[in-house]
Ligand binder design. Sequence first.
Ligand SMILES: NC(=O)c1ccc[n+]([C@@H]2O[C@H](COP(=O)([O-])OP(=O)(O)OC[C@H]3O[C@@H](n4cnc5c(N)ncnc54)[C@H](OP(=O)(O)O)[C@@H]3O)[C@@H](O)[C@H]2O)c1
Length: 285
Amino acid sequence: MKIMIIGAGGQLGSELVNILQDDVLIPLTHIDIEMTNQEQVNDILSSNMPDVVINTTAYHRVDDCEDNVEKSFSVNAYAVRTLAKICSELDTTLVHFSTDYVFGGEKGIPYTEEDMPNPLSVYAVSKLAGEYFVRNICNRHFVIRTCGLYGAKGISGKGENFVELMLKLSKQKKPIRIVADQIVTPTYARELAFKVSQLIRTREYGLYHMTNEGSCSWYEFARTVFDLTGIKANLSPTTAAEYGAKARRPAYSVLENRNLTRLGLDDMRPWKDALKDYLSEKGYL
Ligand SMILES: NC(=O)c1ccc[n+]([C@@H]2O[C@H](COP(=O)([O-])OP(=O)(O)OC[C@H]3O[C@@H](n4cnc5c(N)ncnc54)[C@H](OP(=O)(O)O)[C@@H]3O)[C@@H](O)[C@H]2O)c1
């Protein structure tokens, strides 16, 4: 298949580039394409005519989004609408990523694809708008909600993600306070990319939850990084209220991979096993 990856320099995009090596790839970084430039997006897609477009781009600094509503909607919703229209016109399959933050956290047990969203922040509302544009404009779509991503290249390809941040802070011997009242599922970008490579060959279009298995608080996630690496860190739990982030986040946003299970494709591993692999591949174990 001829596959265009937009956001190829990022955490998930770079893993997709590695995993899809047997396909004909057109990897595009932010230098190659500006998603908010409609004309450029149209030109690049029309001249390359890919079978599949995978869009991993997002404006996802969740707290900054609160002050930058225009930019959030421009990147996460309007640009996605344009992309969906172009893909529909060219009869191209569109793979688009969304977030666990579309949910409000009230449910307390894992959210399925059928559950009603209740986004609490500008970021979450803009991502949900992007989802709806894709689902309603482009028939051949995969909209994939994931959670707590970490990957070798780090966010924006700059080397930092939650795991790396914890390791960096521990080296600085500073007290580390992490929220213990937000429950998520850390998800290894490499494993997600592998699942995406399987899903896009099924033609079973639709909405999918795709995370590693199980759940934990951000505090437990940090604790496990230190336990596995044997690092003694000055780590203590805090609450979201004490931490006082600008954007509201759901207290519980664990996703059930129900639609993936229906296809017999949900063998995503427990999050601790995936984390061990990441730490070992990065040379920390
Ligand atoms: N990270 C998480 O924990 C998480 C959780 C749930 C869902 N998601 C979703 O998963 C997807 C992938 O996330 P990720 O962690 O791989 O993000 P990432 O590392 O930041 O990768 C996104 C890439 O898109 C590029 N980009 C951003 N805005 C662009 C624009 N306007 N035009 C062209 N390129 C642009 C970025 O380049 P620059 O950095 O140069 O701008 C970056 O290389 C996103 O849709 C995100 O919303 C992420």
